[in-house]
Design a protein around this ligand. Sequence first.
Ligand SMILES: Nc1ncnc2c1ncn2[C@@H]1O[C@H](COP(=O)(O)OP(=O)(O)OP(=O)(O)O)[C@@H](O)[C@H]1O
Length: 493
Amino acid sequence: MEQKSYTILYVDDEEINLKFFAATFSWEYHVLTALSAEEGLTIFKEHEIDLVVADQRMPGMSGVQFFEQIYQLNPEPARILLTGYGDLETLVQAVNQGKIFHFFHKPWAEEELQRLFERALQIRMLQRENERLIQHLQQTNENLSRALGEVETLTTMLEEENQLLREEVNESFNFDDMVSHSPVFQEVLHRTARVAVTDATVLITGETGTGKELLARAVHRLSHRRQKPFIKINCAALPAQLIESELFGHEKGAFTGATSARPGRFELAHQGTIFLDEIGDFPLELQAKLLRVLQEGEFDRLGATRTTKVDVRVITATHVDLNAAVQQGRFRADLFYRLNVFPLHTPPLRDRKEDIPLLVRHFVKKYAVKNGKVIRRISKKTYQLLEAHHWPGNIRELENVIERGIIMSKGDKFKVDDWLLEDPARSRKTPGESGAIESLEENERIHILRALQQTNWRVTGDQGAARLLLINERTLQSRIRKLQIRRPNGADD
Ligand SMILES: Nc1ncnc2c1ncn2[C@@H]1O[C@H](COP(=O)(O)OP(=O)(O)OP(=O)(O)O)[C@@H](O)[C@H]1O
């Protein structure tokens, strides 16, 4: 890194601190100093600054307030806050909103601060490199958006469009296997591309089914670790004792049943990436151990007498508010800061409905191939219906609806009827229902009954209820007998 080409602005109301800072870092960087936040803002407007460092406690304007204004002027340069005391809530908020890159407790040690600068400036360098690329991408996206608009108009006019031609246009929007052209998600993808090439820890937040795991995999694939393992663990799916041995491994005899030594997932992910899904459920008693791996890159296997060292990039995801968990004492604040170095948020599908047509075509193509069907047209009403839906289960729900629709489709035209959008598990619209909560068995009976109604009482084959319910035909036949489901007289063939 050519460090001398970077300019650091340091703001502090104590002159002695400014002098000391300048004397320490002028060897490496071009250092500008300001005695007040106001003066700092003036300098920031007049120079090209790569990194801003400020003291939190200053008269008139605090460091966080100063960074808010800096952020408005230009969000690109990294912002590092020096703080002597912990206004935890303000700091958490500021880190969360991306208002500060990092905060650092005073008194600072030269080496540590230097390391932080290097990291921040490395990101800055990549930002500069990427700016040109992003501009190019934006231009391409605008062109593609226009092209898509024209394709959509044609679709409306003709309603039945050749599916393959349209797919060729859509392919251009792919970010690996992520389909999207909404500005809100494009921004997420740009941020993803930027952070992927660094080693920063990433925290992905978002509702269920919004593509958090897909994004984590994209970060890995775009990183220099792409040839090394990507290891996933779902923290909600395992009890605390198991998480510890799964993640950190164990030695022979560490606990009853540990008949041989086993490496944990951190070791398996060496030089690669580990993805901790549902990190909000990570047991409190293990959080210090996780923090140690993040900070020192080392841990002890269960029952071990020596320490293991690893080089692993950590990505975490959650659909719960980790801030609230910190406030409630269920999550360590220091771990939260370490995980939240670079936050990414996957917006819910209802906030990016313009992506729905693209996603629909993507999934129709995928499931048509999987089910050996040829789909050439998608009805206009289907698009309207899908765009009007609220999608509480987000993209996963959309994908499931389309898979069910493809299984049920006849001919080369794909359409979705209202009933497909009802969640069969939650639906209360079966004839004869009172609306009261039924037993599990009664619910199963109703569910099978509905599937049979949809398939005209056909159980087996491509158009049968077993396929619709995604269960084995023999299993369905035995459930029908057990639940004494009978076809009413006069039902259609
Ligand atoms: N942009 C996208 N393009 C295509 N498919 C997508 C996109 N986003 C998500 N999907 C698909 O939606 C499904 C859900 O995605 P994923 O598992 O990544 O979500 P998630 O947010 O991790 O869910 P959860 O919180 O429930 O674990 C997957 O099958 C994924 O392939």
